[in-house]
Write a protein that binds this ligand. Structure first.
Ligand SMILES: [Zn+2]
Length: 137
């Protein structure tokens, strides 16, 4: 069991000056990163360097190239063409027609006033080509 104290650090989110207990045999640290990520945290690396050990040998084998290759080594089944799919016996999903959106732009419920029809551009007032109808009275 080792204890690592971090120095004050204004740039660190926690401000630094924390104390963490490292257990090399159990591969744990008080900060929780080593046991969660299965990669030695900065505190564990400090202790391992102090002990003259290579921290990379403490990286969990789940990150090894051998295991990455093994993950994708099995054969993948390619799905059949959709035309060969069997019909499902269970209940069928039907879209709710009441929830379908109609064609065109959605109807706006906002009440227009005299402010509509002019668009502010760089401090000047210029009529909006789409809304000219409202300006003409
Ligand atoms: Zn740590």
């Amino acid at each position: 069991m080792y204890q690592v104290e971090t120095a004050y650090n204004n740039y660190s989110s926690g401000g630094g000056h924390n104390s963490h207990e490292i257990n090399i045999m159990a591969r744990t640290c008080g900060c929780g990163k080593w046991q969660n990520r299965k990669i030695p945290c900065s505190h564990a690396i400090t202790v391992l360097q102090y002990l003259g050990q290579d921290a990379t040998t403490y990286i969990d084998p789940c990150y090894s190239l051998e295991n990455a290759i093994r993950t994708y080594s099995h054969q993948f089944k390619v799905p059949k063409s959709e035309s060969l799919w069997k019909d499902v016996d269970g209940p069928k999903w039907v879209p709710n027609l009441a929830l379908l959106r109609g064609k065109g732009l959605p109807v706006k419920s906002r009440i227009r006033n005299e402010m509509d029809g002019v668009r502010r551009e760089l401090g000047g007032r210029r009529p909006d080509s789409d809304l000219r109808e409202i300006q003409q009275k």
